[in-house]
Ligand binder design. Structure first.
Ligand SMILES: O=C(O)CCC(=O)C(=O)O
Ligand SMILES: [Fe+2]
Length: 397
């Protein structure tokens, strides 16, 4: 082929590509219909795309990020892992991780812990935590077929008593909540982020963090080839600092590759977790790490179990405080001027529209609520207030 350096056919992960290299650029054509002939599952239709490898719009779906093990051993010997984690988050906005604490195995969680958990369906509070049971909810246009338990902090005196089923909920949810918080703290250490900026690490302070256990109901006809799929979770980005997800072997979590315009499966791997960089971290890092758009397909045959931990920065900090701490941490020469309270103005409306944090989710899909204006409005607000306003926008029952 005249004008081209090389021409090859590759199949790096989910999909089949024809890769053409020229002197200036690398162009890939994705051939999804052929991918189906090879038994590769894909949710996109036939399309071609062009990408400059290494550019900001490079493909993020054709190769899955390498799994990184977070270990409590000396961090000095772990530089290569930390580099891999940085590189995954920078390129994909997410990474798969293993957490090296004791002999952590997650294979029994669904049968031994989820099933008893959902025998109880009545919300309750203790003097430290609130436990909420929900059936349906919607973060977008469609109702989501799932039940969930949520644990969050609560500090009002209460003298209610728990029945044995509620005691079981408390035991499981608090154990998971604290385990996932330790994973998130370990993640921040591996990323060499300053303490107490993206996560509340002071045990005396009340955290904004949440932990949710989901049971997704089946939708038998669900198929990726259909235009309309039944979703257990509508497409969204997470609002906080980091999200940590554990999913059972049923799968269904997908991330969106913006340059290929394709949904890609996040394939479950036993004893691993998925970390998402969420909106606050992404915005505070000047969008250097993307906040991945993701969704969950309803399972076809068997209920799907997942645990999702939503980490938040300390409640009194603002995006401006967090951005300032992260930039001076990365670049000690950097001094943020204290009298400039305005949000960074270099981001386009198109870039900022990708953040659920900056959309009014009460208005439904496609409604424009001027993301740039929203960033300016919230830039100096305490995170607690921003998140309280966001909860008003999503419907939960
Ligand atoms: O259940 C999952 O795997 C992810 C759910 C999710 O993205 C969310 O609740 O924000
Ligand atoms: Fe999410």
């Amino acid at each position: 082929m005249r004008g081209f350096n090389s021409f090859s056919c590759i199949r790096p992960g989910n999909g089949l590509f024809v890769e053409v290299t020229t002197k200036q650029n690398e162009i890939r054509f994705r051939i999804d219909t052929l991918a189906h002939c090879f038994g590769v599952s894909n949710c996109g239709r036939m399309r071609s795309y062009e990408t400059k490898v290494g550019g900001t719009k490079s493909c993020t779906c054709c190769i899955h990020p390498r799994i990184v093990t977070l270990s409590n051993e000396s961090l000095e010997s772990k530089h290569s892992l930390s580099d891999q984690l940085h590189s995954n988050l920078k390129k994909y906005g997410w990474s798969s991780i293993r957490y090296d604490e004791g002999n952590l195995t997650t294979s029994s969680w669904k049968d031994e812990r989820f099933v008893p958990l959902f025998r109880c369906q009545e919300s309750f509070q203790t003097s430290r935590y609130s436990f909420q049971y929900r059936t349906n909810e919607s973060g977008g246009s469609q109702q989501e077929l799932k039940q969930s338990w949520e644990v969050s902090f609560f500090d009002e005196p209460t003298n209610s008593t728990m029945d044995p089923l509620q005691q079981e909920v408390q035991r499981n949810m608090v154990e998971w909540f604290e385990l996932f918080h330790r994973i998130a703290v370990s993640l921040c250490r591996h990323l060499q982020l300053p303490p107490n900026i993206l996560l509340e690490e002071d045990p005396q302070s009340q955290r904004l963090d949440l932990m949710r256990a989901f049971f997704y109901e089946t939708a038998e006809e669900n198929s990726c080839e259909d235009e309309v799929v039944t979703l257990g979770s509508n497409p969204h980005t997470d609002w906080g600092s980091f999200t940590i997800v554990w999913q059972d072997e049923v799968g269904g979590l997908q991330t969106y590759c913006r340059s290929c315009e394709l949904w890609t499966d996040v394939t479950p791997v036993p004893n691993t977790f998925v970390v998402h960089c969420s909106d606050i971290t992404s915005l505070a890092l000047q969008t250097e790490w993307p906040s991945p758009l993701h969704r969950v397909l309803s399972p076809k045959h068997e209920r799907r179990a997942s645990l999702v931990y939503f980490g938040y920065p300390p409640r009194h900090l603002s995006l401006k405080n967090i951005a300032g701490s992260l930039s001076s941490f990365r670049d000690p020469q950097h001094r943020q001027s204290n009298d400039d309270d305005s949000a960074p103005s270099e981001f386009s409306e198109e870039t900022l529209e990708c953040y659920s944090l900056l959309q009014n989710q009460a208005l439904g899909k496609g409604a424009s609520s001027a993301a740039k204006h929203q960033l300016e409005r919230i830039y100096n607000m305490p995170i607690q207030q921003i998140i309280q306003d966001k909860w008003q926008q999503v419907q939960r029952y």
